[in-house]
Design a protein around this ligand. Structure first.
Ligand code: ZN
Length: 87
């Protein structure tokens, strides 16, 4: 029993050194920006942020920062969200 737990811990340590094993499918985070705190969400390939800039252009510094922070854990579509040009 105990040795089995040790082998799980060893495996966890090895996994933790290989972050590319993890791909995010969804999450919600609280992002503390310079001018306030905003909830940033990812669902599938769709990002949302509650900040003003996201609502007008579909992209913002908070999402771009998240894409850089977790690039290894995001698929191509999640990493390269493009700005919407308002009609
Ligand atoms: Zn934002």
């Amino acid at each position: 029993m105990y040795s089995s737990l040790i082998s799980k811990v060893e495996k966890a340590k090895r996994y933790a050194e290989e972050p590319q094993r993890v791909s995010f499918e969804s999450f919600d985070v609280r992002f503390r920006g310079d001018n306030g705190s905003h909830r940033v969400s990812l669902k599938g390939d769709e990002w949302t942020c509650e900040c003003e800039h996201f609502h007008t252009s579909g992209l913002c510094a908070h999402i771009m920062a998240m894409q850089r922070l977790f690039a290894v854990n995001l698929n191509k579509a999640q990493r390269f969200t493009t700005e919407h040009v308002p009609a």
